[in-house]
Design a protein around this ligand. Structure first.
Ligand code: SAM
Length: 362
């Protein structure tokens, strides 16, 4: 690929040039390399990408503790539904800095809090370092610990949780060109759509829209069944809950979902540029994720916008009363936090919350 001078200093670009000399690469392979190359991947770096100034993107957790507080209540309901077990384990996958775990553990109280065990799962070095600090009081008392991706867990009672995990899994953009399916590839001269037959993705897209038109298409995440079912199967009984960017399959197909690149709080579609230096994400196909989870035996699988979920499950009246006692600056921050989670133009409609339930299979 013709790269500007200086970009060749990026070791991933050098590796990519060698790979491209042997032939074009599917966009999903470039995304996998960009995010998870063992030495130079974006999520294998020592410095994390999350936050505001000088960082690439923020998540709901940077905005304040309200998502964690609302989740703590939802998890408490799950604990009650399970008959208040003495141990209620929360496994958070793609847990990043551990801020969601910290907010949940801080918000929990009484016998529910006493039952909580929080497991942080994320092999990202920067995440681990930040999580050691955020979770320090809970690590010290044995209420939180770290798990490695290769470790196995005995199925447990409790909850499996994730925030922005599935949108970070490598995904392949596909389009219908009017006659055939084409996939986005990286060649030595740049990105190109090339014809390819892949029966699984084609069958899925066609089953989701009976009248696909030229230009329609979506993203296909190869590892979604494996990652989602491994997590769901870790749950002996309890709640599966995930929060992510994404939409229903027919809506993704109609909009021509593609990969997005985040750097310095700007977003564009140039996934092939500055590989390993930027975040790459893909919309989550919630229709497909629901089907995969139902196949693992989860029941009551449903998803809705984050905005609706917050309005249904957060104690808005109680929060309003509690915030009156806070200093003005903090009260304003809480209001902003709530607006970001619920406003359609912010996270409210761009994010969805999926829940599923497992009754004890033993
Ligand atoms: C977009 S970040 C979200 C981090 C955090 N949940 C947050 O909201 O700030 C995605 C995280 O998922 C992690 N990840 C990707 N694939 C994973 C997998 N198969 N298992 C566990 N973590 C994974 C990455 O290392 C990265 O830290």
């Amino acid at each position: 690929m013709a790269l500007a001078k200086g970009k060749r200093l990026n070791p991933l670009n050098i590796e990519l040039d060698t790979l491209l000399a042997a032939g074009p690469l599917p966009a999903a392979d470039v995304m996998a390399l960009a995010l998870y190359h063992p030495q130079h991947g974006y999520y294998r770096r020592a410095v994390g990408p999350w936050g505001f100034e000088g960082k690439d993107y923020y998540t709901a957790l940077d905005l304040g503790p309200l998502l964690g507080q609302a989740l703590a209540l939802r998890l408490k309901q799950a604990w009650e539904r399970l008959g208040r077990p003495a141990e209620f384990t929360i496994l958070e996958a793609g847990a990043g800095r551990g801020w969601l775990g910290r907010d949940i553990l801080n918000a929990a109280a009484g016998p529910f809090a006493a039952s909580l065990r929080y497991i942080h799962l994320d092999d990202n070095k920067a995440a681990r370092t930040a999580a050691e600090e955020a979770l320090a009081p809970f690590l010290a008392t044995g209420r939180a610990w770290f798990m490695r991706e290769c470790e196995c867990l005995e199925p447990f009672l409790g909850a499996v949780l994730s925030n922005e995990l599935f949108d970070a899994l490598p995904a392949q953009p596909w389009r219908w060109d009017g006659q055939q399916w084409v996939r986005e590839m990286l060649t030595e001269t740049g990105p190109e759509w090339q014809a390819h037959h892949e029966p699984m993705s084609a069958a899925w897209f066609e089953s989701q829209n009976g009248s696909i038109e030229s230009g329609d298409g979506s993203v296909w995440c190869e590892s979604l069944p494996m990652v989602a079912s491994t997590l769901a199967n870790a749950l002996r009984a309890g709640l599966f809950i995930t929060i992510d960017y994404g939409d229903l399959a027919p809506r993704l197909l109609a909009k021509g979902a593609d990969l997005r690149r985040y750097k310095g709080h700007t977003v564009d579609g140039k996934w092939w540029e500055e590989v390993g230096q930027c975040d790459l994400t893909a919309d989550v196909d919630f229709t497909r994720l629901s089907t995969i989870l139902e196949d693992t035996g989860l029941v009551e699988v449903a998803h809705e916008s984050l905005s609706r979920w917050i309005r249904a499950h957060a104690p808005l009246t109680e929060w309003e009363a509690q915030w009156q006692a806070l200093e003005t600056a903090i009260r304003i921050k809480r209001m902003e936090n709530l607006l970001q989670l619920t406003m359609p133009s912010m996270m409210g409609e761009r994010f969805r919350v999926l829940e599923g339930w497992r009754w004890d299979s033993c």
